[in-house]
Design a protein around this ligand. Structure first.
Ligand code: CMC
Length: 439
């Protein structure tokens, strides 16, 4: 693939005029979906100026062939395939392959990939001891990130800079072992024995068995639960340059190995403005319920900037129409709960909250819609995942994206270490003052 050289340059350049009289012509180019970009890479060397874009809302950090999303139209595609089609037809393992390798696998490729995942499902036995070292209160995201970083101490780390380690093997190891790590951390937290992976099960069924089976009785993963998990993992599999993926790329740009880069991504995901929102949504809905279900009170609080409260699971940096993942999950919520015979009052509250917020000028003007995290927790809860594991589930889903983006960056011969600039606003030069002379 040639994304790094495939720049469709516009015939006309942009021209930037600076107050000091300088001007510079800047090349303009478009992506395959006609998004335009102004290339400012020579701006500082030619004019001494940099651009300011806190939060990088207007900054393209790379060219990528993995995911396209159009926030205005509510479009999300992995490698060109609409998310709705993948959600309806694919398995998570197929989607992981698609994202990492750029195409849907044929049967032979899928079988080989599945065998590879099975082959790598076990953890090094010594790693089991790590789980005992965490306090009982440790958040599963703290455990997961530490364990993923620790994998580099056990397996040949895939740093492409030195070309040490086989990237494909390490990718399969990680996609497979993250399931085992997540399930073991849960078992440890509830004091149950670890359940080892079982090659005869599908990716999702295998995870559910490691989570919920106990030696005392048989466990058969419910197909409804397996399908629901498969759907949620697919919907989370990649989302172009979000905070955690940008973190993975930033860490990878220093030629850190795959495990180290992904561990950093897991930590970025943990924050409540990003993946941690799925846990916060359920906690918020439970608070609203405990408070008597007064939705208007919470909507008013979210509109009051002094309250510091936001409706979790609402709003998105890129989606300004609707989040197509939320649309799929909302529909799935009703279906899954219905099939499992579960009535969750929090689902009704979520729907009421959505209705009130979407008809309120504050939310309309700011184009704030439910995002992927708004309804996902309700399904996770219905299939037995504890609330503090919700963000771990997001990490399981997002892993193929992190790996695909890590690989894309490493395969790009033109990539450079990520190193933004700043505008210094601090004290200008002053002399050192001896301690006895300081006020
Ligand atoms: N509730 C109330 N007001 C909000 C919310 C919200 N959830 N989200 C944004 N706003 C307001 C914000 O106060 C600001 O108002 P004003 O223009 O008057 O200052 C305006 O909307 C724009 O918000 P912003 O913070 O500048 O937008 P952003 O693009 O920097 O942040 C966001 C995006 C997702 C961090 C933010 O919408 C948010 O905090 N949402 C709640 C947390 C959440 O659900 N996160 C999950 C995101 S989707 C999945 C993922 O990435 O993990």
């Amino acid at each position: 693939m040639s994304h790094n050289t495939a720049r469709k340059l516009d015939s006309k350049n942009a021209v930037l005029y600076l107050p000091d009289g300088q001007s510079i012509e800047l090349p303009v180019f478009t992506g395959s979906e006609n998004e335009g970009a102004v290339d400012i890479s020579r701006l500082r060397s030619q004019t001494g100026h940099i651009t300011m874009d806190p939060g990088y809302g207007n900054t393209g950090s790379c060219q990528s062939e993995i995911t396209f999303l159009d926030g205005e139209k509510g479009i999300l595609r992995y490698r060109g395939i609409p998310i709705e089609q993948l959600a309806d037809k694919a398995s998570f393992v197929e989607v992981a392959y698609l994202i990492v390798y750029g195409k849907l696998p044929n049967q032979t490729e899928l079988d080989a990939f599945t065998d590879n995942l099975n082959h790598h499902a076990l953890l090094h036995e010594d790693m089991k001891n790590f789980f005992s070292s965490f306090s009982g209160q440790a958040h599963p995201m703290a455990i997961l990130s530490a364990m993923v970083a620790s994998l580099s101490g056990y397996y040949d780390a895939a740093s492409t800079a030195e070309r040490s380690g086989d990237v494909d093997t390490n990718a399969a190891r990680l996609i497979s072992k993250i399931r085992t790590l997540a399930a073991f951390s849960y078992k440890k937290s509830i004091g149950q024995p670890f359940v080892y992976p079982d090659d005869s099960l599908s990716y999702c069924a295998n995870f559910l068995q490691m989570m919920f089976a106990v030696p005392a009785r048989d466990y058969e993963p419910d197909p409804v639960v397996v399908d629901a998990l498969n759907l949620l993992l697919i919907l989370h599999a990649d989302h172009e340059q979000n905070c955690s993926t940008a973190t993975v790329r930033t860490v990878a740009s220093s030629h850190a190995n795959l495990y180290a880069s992904v561990a950093a991504g897991i930590l970025a995901l943990w924050g409540p403005l990003h993946g941690g929102a799925n846990q916060k949504v359920i906690e918020m809905l439970e608070n609203i319920r405990a408070d008597g279900g007064n939705i208007k009170k919470f909507v008013d609080m979210a509109k009051d900037k002094d309250s510091g409260f936001r409706i979790m699971g609402f709003g998105h940096r890129v989606y300004k129409n609707f989040d197509p993942r939320a649309t799929v999950i909302r529909k799935a919520c009703d279906k899954v709960l219905d099939k499992l015979g579960i009535e969750d009052p929090v689902l009704d509250l979520a729907k009421q909250l959505e209705e009130v917020a979407l008809s309120d000028d504050y939310f309309i003007e700011r184009k704030l819609y439910p995002n992927v995290d708004f309804y996902s927790g309700i399904i996770y809860r219905a299939i037995g995942i504890p609330v503090n594991m919700f963000t771990v589930m997001f990490a399981l889903g997002r892993l193929p994206g992190w790996i695909g983006q890590w690989k894309e960056l490493m395969d790009d011969p033109t990539h450079r270490i990520t190193r933004p600039r700043q505008i210094y606003q601090g004290q200008t030069a002053v002399d050192y003052v001896a301690i006895e002379d300081r006020v």
